[in-house]
Design a protein around this ligand. Structure first.
Ligand code: AHM
Ligand code: MG
Length: 355
């Protein structure tokens, strides 16, 4: 790997490698490149805010904003700041038609004063909110879709484009054209796929830019590490209990090996770990709120992470089906999540489909 490849240079060279200006796995047309560069710039801004923590007196980014999001969750100040940073960075560039966020009830249309592009951006601006105030890794997760074809619009077309609606966003994860996350931990690291493997970029604060630090990330098919909130054990369904009990039985049990457990309670951090060294991450359905399919959101948490994991050779299901095949019914839909090392995800999925 050549030294000091910036995020921009990676995107340009990736597009050249693909030789497919407007399609095909790994292709990065100019509008998409601009979009990804803007997202990376916004993540840099969020990283700076995260680093400030309690500094800034009354302007400290820590603590509650004393408001709720559409899902009834108390918003932290940083949830709102990160959401604003992403919107302000992305709305004017002409690459987007609309955005959707965990922190906004409905979709955000690019204002009329700006040109409209062909992409849709979805994000969880600040994942792992419960970890903000305790100085534990948090992150931003994003997913990019193409706006479904319609009449030409403000970019020079003769008729106005039909306005983007929530229905335009409701595409299965297999339709994503880019997905990734930025983790704000000991290092700030951006992880990206455009459908041609997974690449990782570390923020070089002296240069002020993301630098390519790993390509072709691969998740081993087997693992001895699982990641789940064990305090919910009594609420789980039989297949999840069976899988975890077998892991806990260790070398003397049916698995014949000892397992380790990690739970950071920031999906970005737990997924980052399994991309680096393997593992299986689970947030299953449970009986606490039986009407909800799971805790995590399909469109801006599960789909981007599922695609990254698949692109790294892993697997991702809701316990029964591949996450990327699920047709979303609404923007803030929730889903059960099992993802990571292929053989473990296939095992826990088989337990669901046979019990
Ligand atoms: P958030 O997007 O509001 O932060 O919620 C999602 C987070 C995930 O990052 C993490 O895996 C999970 O919630 C932790 O939940 P719990 O506290 O129930 O273990
Ligand atoms: Mg989240």
């Amino acid at each position: 790997m050549a030294k000091n490849i910036s995020f921009t240079r990676y995107l340009v060279e990736q597009q050249r490698r693909c030789q497919a200006p407007d399609g095909g796995a790994g292709s990065i047309p100019p509008q998409l490149r601009l979009l990804l560069e803007v997202v990376a710039r916004a993540c840099k801004g969020i990283s700076m805010a995260v680093n400030k923590g309690a500094l800034g007196g009354e302007n400290s980014i820590l603590g509650s904003a004393e408001s709720e999001n559409v899902q009834g969750e108390i918003q932290k100040k940083l949830d709102i700041i990160a959401n604003e940073v992403l919107i302000e960075a992305n709305e004017w560039g002409g690459h987007l038609a609309a955005m959707a966020s965990e922190e906004m009830d409905s979709i955000y249309l690019v204002p009329n004063r700006y040109p409209q592009g062909e992409y849709l951006l979805l994000f969880d601006p600040l994942d792992g909110s419960s970890n903000i105030d305790v100085n534990v890794s948090i992150g931003t997760i994003f997913s990019v879709l193409k706006k479904p074809e319609g009449p030409p619009g403000r970019n020079g077309g003769s008729t106005e484009a039909s306005p983007v609606t929530e229905a335009d966003f409701l595409q299965p994860g297999s339709q994503q054209v880019a997905a990734g996350y930025c983790i704000y931990g000991p290092q700030t690291t951006l992880v990206l796929t455009v459908g041609d493997g997974v690449a990782m970029f570390t923020l070089d604060r002296e240069q002020g830019s993301f630098v390519l630090t790993q390509e072709n990330i691969r998740i081993p098919a087997d693992t001895k590490e699982f990641s789940i909130n064990m305090s919910n054990l009594r609420h789980w369904d039989a297949p999840v209990k069976r899988y975890i009990e077998e892991c806990l039985a260790g070398a003397d049990g049916p698995r014949g090996k000892d397992f380790n457990m990690r739970w950071i309670a920031s999906m970005v951090a737990d997924v980052h770990r399994l991309l680096m060294r393997g593992g299986v991450f689970m947030y299953p359905w449970d009986k606490r709120e039986p009407e909800k399919a799971g805790k995590l959101r399909l469109m801006y948490e599960a789909n981007p992470m599922a695609w990254l994991v698949e692109q790294a050779g892993g697997a991702a299901t809701n316990g029964r089906q591949r996450i990327l095949d699920l047709p979303p019914a609404k923007l803030h839909e929730r889903v059960a999540v099992f993802l990571g090392s292929k053989n473990e995800v296939e095992r826990v999925t088989a337990y669901h489909n046979t019990l």
